[in-house]
Design a binder for this molecule. Sequence first.
Ligand code: CTP
Length: 131
Amino acid sequence: MNKRVITFGTFDVFHVGHINILERCASLGDTLIVGVSSDALNFSKKNRDPIYDQESRLKIIQSLRFVDEVFIEKSLEKKREYIEFFKADILAMGDDWEGRFDQFNDICEVVYFPRTPSISTTEIIEIVKQI
Ligand code: CTP
């Protein structure tokens, strides 16, 4: 059976923590589908515009060899619809979301991976600001 894995994120200022999670997600199945947060969704979550716009972030994610399908995630409330629409068998996320998606256990397996330590988009932006 072709196992389909779905994950979500903003993936702004792309970094090795993003690569690691996407590689781990891909290792769970045969097809990796990535929902990339829209600019508007990112603003509502983080209260700032992303550095790279949604089309650029989508293009970066799409170009990775272990990513098969990408789409723009427009609403956090639509996770269930996205999981069903893309026929995902597994939802995988970093453990900063631990427990937050357990409600989808009824339609797919839910997996959390440990975050890569000491790197995040927010931290990179703060470091660059100080240079
Ligand atoms: N992620 C990870 N390890 C990191 C940073 C992110 O595993 N060091 C994972 C997150 O858990 C999530 C995905 O990458 O599943 C996308 O995270 P995102 O929020 O886009 O990246 P962050 O670097 O965490 O961004 P921010 O600092 O703006 O929260």
